[in-house]
Design a protein around this ligand. Sequence first.
Ligand code: SAM
Length: 285
Amino acid sequence: MLPKSTLYVVATPIGNLRDISLRALDILAAVDVIAAEDTRTTGHLLAHHSIAGKMMALHQHNERTAAEKIIALLAAGKSVALVTDAGTPGISDPGAILVSIVREQGYRVTPIPGANAALCALSAGGIAEPHFLFYGFLPAKTGARKRALEGLKSQPYTLAFYEAPHRILECVADLVAVLGAQRQLIFARELTKLFETIHTCALGDALAWLQADANQQKGEFVLLLSGAEVQDEAGISDQSRHTLELLLENLPLKQAVKLAAEITGESRKMLYALALSLKVGNSVQ
Ligand code: SAM
């Protein structure tokens, strides 16, 4: 028996229909009503798991009116599950309005965790940087998209975007235009599905890779982009500093600076100043 008057926010698979928790299946089988973004998509999931649930529609165009109906159900002691087409409700998906109304009215909201496309991509991306910024969908039009990217340009965190197949080429073109060609990009396409692809490349090589195989432009994407390089006060990145330090261990100062400038593209004058300060620092120790 489920507790009465509770809204369960239930994560569903992002592709493979078996990527759903046992608890989620128990809840879906036991609630009085399942509020679904698309009742056909959820019907397919329920049928796959032999669950016969009573459904109602809750999507971005009716969320407030559906929320009123759900409040009436909760007031009558019923339990309700919220699901979207894929992944976790409320994450680039409907759900936040309903959840806030239900909580405002004093009813219990319980999350049932599970799949999320961004976390799934991050888990298989192999990115050592521990912090990330989940952005979700960028604006659909290029001007607004570039403005949004300008606002993210200096963030040092891995950036996680969602993108639709019909916008993938223009989105990648704007990413290169605003963030430059050097950053690392991980395409995570069709995760947990038949044509799952996880491809890493320099952002500057991404368009050519996509254009070389039209199949790679199909399906659903998560894009993970390395963050802005952290620079010291003089504007030298951590990576350039590291290169200089390695060269200084084996070469005379002037030669190390010359090579470091060629490798990193940083100003020779600034690298020289940094090399001097590193040498002084080392001799003081
Ligand atoms: N609520 C979902 C979640 O928790 O991830 C996200 C829903 S959002 C409307 C749909 C977007 O998520 C897609 O356009 C795509 O960018 C991403 N996505 C969903 N499933 C995916 C998959 N199997 N592989 C890659 N990206 C996926």
